[in-house]
Ligand binder design. Sequence first.
Ligand SMILES: *[C@@H]1O[C@H](CO)[C@@H](O)[C@H](O)[C@H]1NC(C)=O
Ligand SMILES: *[C@@H]1O[C@H](CO)[C@@H](O)[C@H](O)[C@H]1NC(C)=O
Ligand SMILES: *[C@@H]1O[C@H](CO)[C@@H](O)[C@H](O)[C@H]1NC(C)=O
Ligand SMILES: *[C@@H]1O[C@H](CO)[C@@H](O)[C@H](O)[C@H]1NC(C)=O
Ligand SMILES: *[C@@H]1O[C@H](CO)[C@@H](O)[C@H](O)[C@H]1NC(C)=O
Length: 295
Amino acid sequence: MCSAARTFMASFSVCVRGLFPVVWLALQCKQRTTHVYGPGILDGRHFRYNERKGKLWNETRMMLNFAGSAGGDVWGLTVVNPNFRLFDKVVSGSRMTMFRGMGWAANNGGGHFEFNTSARDSFIRSTDDLIKVRGGNIVTENLVLWQSYNGGTFQFGWAGLHLVNITHRTASVIENEWRAPEVWETYDTRPNNAVVSLVDTNPADPAQLAGPFVWQDLQIDGDVSHPLSLHLENGFLGNMLFDGLTISGKVTRFAFATAVEGSATIANVTFRNFTIEGKLISHLDDPAFRFHHAG
Ligand SMILES: *[C@@H]1O[C@H](CO)[C@@H](O)[C@H](O)[C@H]1NC(C)=O
Ligand SMILES: *[C@@H]1O[C@H](CO)[C@@H](O)[C@H](O)[C@H]1NC(C)=O
Ligand SMILES: *[C@@H]1O[C@H](CO)[C@@H](O)[C@H](O)[C@H]1NC(C)=O
Ligand SMILES: *[C@@H]1O[C@H](CO)[C@@H](O)[C@H](O)[C@H]1NC(C)=O
Ligand SMILES: *[C@@H]1O[C@H](CO)[C@@H](O)[C@H](O)[C@H]1NC(C)=O
């Protein structure tokens, strides 16, 4: 069944095809598994941005919203100029393929990927956390990512830091627009601004980030202020593998920070076939690596 509707409440399989920019368009899928197929465009350009948190639109209302549903596959859809995130929670069992998301305004990020979800063959330009994980058995493959001035491209952090088994294969980060903090605790930008980011905001709930967390063939174009910024206050993060990490430009800093007073451990992080500016990095103290550990 195909439909092009304004706020769309669906309880059956749906395909959206050939939509052209439409005012106030959103897809909200409830209860049953709902698939969205086709090269349609969801365009929120006429959204009144300052009402995002007001009565008409708020943070639970997004362009593509699976919250409260059994999820479903998204294949081929484009979301542009969203009011808030480019897509909401990617509910367990859901798969995104050939998705394109283009957000320019603040918080035009991605939703949380839950247990057993994937994103493949997609392009996303985001102004907030882009691939944000909240579970295990998550796979991404063939992503082209453009990170604007805010957010982590691969975000581990913020809440519910109990994660296992996440694989990212073949990702190109073609842009990252934020700039580096000069000193770990004195930011000229926010602490989540890194290609791979962890912000532990709830140290009362010790992290159990057991992995394995694998990045295979991650390419970052140009200079990058923070390829990794992992700041753990309490708990464990380990078993990360970067297999084929290629950074074409310069790096400001790779940063790991663990709490001085808490008990935080970051262990078993492996870099294999790792180049910066075409030079193979083989030691922590290689000057091009700019590795920093605090705490
Ligand atoms: C936000 O939207 C949801 C879903 O439509 C609604 O239930 C809630 O009351 C709204 N909240 C505010 C503060 O407007
Ligand atoms: C994962 O999701 C797929 C649908 O994408 C489903 O067929 C499969 O049963 C799920 N696996 C688990 C372990 O939940
Ligand atoms: C890890 O996740 C992948 C993708 O969902 C799955 O195929 C694999 O069985 C999982 N491995 C373990 C050990 O659970
Ligand atoms: C280190 O992490 C890798 C995954 O990156 C895992 O395969 C390996 O078993 C881990 N080693 C130890 C000693 O835990
Ligand atoms: C190293 O990584 C590059 C880029 O991903 C890849 O083309 C090359 O085959 C890798 N080399 C080895 C020895 O794995």
